[in-house]
Design a binder for this molecule. Structure first.
Ligand code: ADP
Ligand code: MG
Length: 592
């Protein structure tokens, strides 16, 4: 702007313009409208909510509930800014018990769309209806429809083309709206919910409890969820995925605090940490975790759409959530053989031969969607894949049900065989040992009780500039793992002690790889996890190493004592169970 330009005139904006600006905070995209309308329905005590959207929500969004309704005389206030029935005074903000309280949602939506509200309180003979277009009231009248409230939003953002331009594809917007409704289903399993997109029913939850709600949202994967139930000052409920099922993003984990879905990094980290060492790096659990705290412990008024909340005692909530996850993970089930009964061979030439599928075992699930990403076990390689996760309705066996394990022997330096009250168990000794060491190392790192073992002959590591620098940066962490390392000339490191468990490993190689892994960065917890996983992998017995009988038994005992001990830090299974039922199927004995 030229410096000699006259001073600009300041004007008060007309209310409709101010409202349209303010609306931007609350109504970012069609999914925000669906969220606000559903929250209003929940706040109104609805037992049933029907959502219908057309044209990615920019053509029509309609939400109908059977809640308490709005009095005819009050209806015009519903779309006024800062008008709410939920709080009255500033003090009420201290302990908000409803999802809404700002009195902005309907006003904001009505500022950027054509909104009709029709409502009748349950005990009133008549209700009223109201239509507001871009902030202007255009129609009102009586309404004789069913009790409850119906809100219809047409032409969203038609008058604010900038907003329209920023919307993503129809598919993406529809998916976002469905995700919002799925959250409602998970958070309120007792409410009957349906969602129709362009005339097709996409989601229907019967309102009959969490199990059905989980099935509605997670489909077949719902059977892979472990129930979470931890009571205390902070209650935690819900269901989280078995460690062998995981996803590439965190989006499948719904975190709920006092009935509100929140996006809280610290709490998500609490869950990730509970799964650390159980799922491969970069993969994430899914499910729903519902935290209930005293409303006084919570500030929900920190974000316009209330996506974020603040806790008075975030550490306490973190710990409660993590403990609840650990508790649930204890119940995780082990890999189980599920072998189809061998079919009688139908070979034309009169030979009898078992179908290959019945005898070829691999750790890939029949559908290939098993979370295990193991280069050695390609799902495609075994069309008749016979190892699988317990399927719907099948018995699950928790790791705790395996105790005691009695070692029977080792097959050619490879598989350990053991008996268990639950059946016959096959153990991968490397994965099992790795898991045990990893968990021990991590506990030691955290408590600072790691001790090193002196090397008889110090190991020398020739370093490039990067490793020299990494050592300068992370020397303390390296030492906290139990290493004693010092500079020995400009490009050489001298290692005189290694972590106690890792004395059998090649010290120089281990140190080099540890430095490289620390170079990947990340928060301290992540660094420690990687260090523990790496040291454990180096220190564990190799697949192919012969174990003496007492060493076999010791390994099994330690494995059972290790929490969540059925997957190694890379997410591979450490053991698999052949229970009685599957052995009976193989040997064609009648089931018991
Ligand atoms: P808030 O939810 O923050 O109070 P809204 O703008 O979303 O603000 O709604 C304004 C008011 O309209 C609410 O306080 C409530 O009294 C009423 N209202 C909105 N939707 C419904 C509904 N579905 N059923 C009953 N009352 C509703
Ligand atoms: Mg509201």
């Amino acid at each position: 702007m030229p410096t000699d330009a006259p001073a600009a005139e300041i004007r008060r904006l007309p209310q409709t313009v101010a409202d349209a600006i303010a609306a931007g905070e609350v109504v970012e995209r069609p999914a925000s409208v669906v969220k606000e309308l559903c929250e209003n329905a929940i706040d109104a005590g609805a037992r049933a909510i029907d959502v219908a959207v057309d044209g990615a929500g920019t053509v029509r969004i309609r939400v109908v509930d059977d809640g308490i309704g709005i009095d005819a005389a009050q209806l015009p206030l519903a779309t006024a800014r800062h008008a709410t029935s939920k709080i009255r005074a500033v003090a009420d903000l201290e302990a908000v018990a409803t999802l809404g309280f700002r009195g902005e949602a309907l006003a904001s939506i009505a500022a950027v769309a054509d909104v009709s509200i029709a409502s009748r309180p349950r005990n009133a003979a008549f209700g009223a209806r109201l239509r507001v277009r871009h902030g202007e009231r255009v129609e009102e009248g009586a309404w004789g429809g069913p009790a409850g409230t119906a809100v219809e939003v047409l032409d969203l953002f038609a008058a604010t083309p900038a907003r329209l331009r920023f919307l993503r594809s129809e598919r993406a917007e529809s998916a976002a709206m469905l995700a919002v409704v799925a959250d409602v289903v998970l958070i309120h399993p007792e409410v009957r919910v349906s969602c129709t997109v362009d005339g097709r029913v996409r989601l229907r939850s019967p309102g009959s409890g969490l199990d059905d709600a989980l099935r509605c949202v997670f489909g077949a994967e719902a059977v892979e969820l472990l129930p979470v139930a931890a009571e205390g000052d902070i209650n935690v409920g819900g269901a989280i995925s078995e460690p062998r099922r995981h996803r590439g993003t965190r989006a499948g984990l719904v975190l709920v605090v006092n009935g509100r879905r929140v996006h809280n990094r610290a709490l998500l980290a609490a869950v990730s940490e509970a799964y650390r060492g159980l799922v491969p790096a970069g993969r994430h659990p899914f499910g729903v975790l519902s935290v209930a705290v005293d409303p006084l412990e919570l500030d929900v008024n920190v974000h316009p759409t209330k996506r974020e909340v603040r806790f008075r005692d975030e550490r306490g909530v973190f710990a409660a959530l993590q403990q609840a996850c650990w508790g649930a993970l204890e119940g995780a089930s082990v890999y189980q053989a599920s072998l189809p009964a061998p079919r009688a061979p139908r070979l034309g030439d009169g030979r009898t031969e078992w179908p290959v599928a019945a005898t070829s075992l691999s750790v890939a699930a029949a559908d290939g969607t098993n979370g295990v990403e193991d280069a050695d076990a390609s799902p495609a390689a075994d069309a008749g894949a016979t190892w699988s996760l317990p399927s719907a309705g099948a018995e699950r066996t928790a790791l705790t049900a395996l105790a005691p394990l009695r070692a029977l022997g080792q097959q050619g330096g490879r598989w350990l065989l053991a008996t268990s009250p639950a059946g016959v168990v096959v153990v991968d000794p490397h994965a099992a040992h790795e898991k045990v060491l990893y968990t021990e190392l991590l506990t030691e790192f955290v408590s600072g009780s790691t001790y090193g073992q002196m090397l008889l002959i110090p190991a020398l590591l020739e370093c490039d500039a990067r490793r020299v620098e990494l050592f300068a940066l992370h020397g303390a962490l390296v030492a906290s793992c139990g290493f004693a390392v010092e500079a020995f000339g400009p490009t050489t490191l001298r290692c005189t002690a290694v972590p106690a468990g890792a004395s059998a490993a090649d010290p120089a190689r281990l140190l080099g790889e540890l430095l490289d892994s620390l170079g990947a960065g990340g928060p301290a917890t992540e660094q420690r996890h990687r260090a523990a996983a790496l040291i454990a992998c180096h220190a564990a017995v190799r697949f192919g190493d012969e174990l003496a009988p007492d060493a076999q038994q010791r390994l099994l005992d330690r494995l059972l004592e290790t929490p969540g001990g059925y997957t190694c830090p890379h997410g591979r299974p450490a053991l698999a169970l052949f229970d009685d039922a599957s052995l009976r199927r193989i040997f064609r004995r009648p089931a018991q």
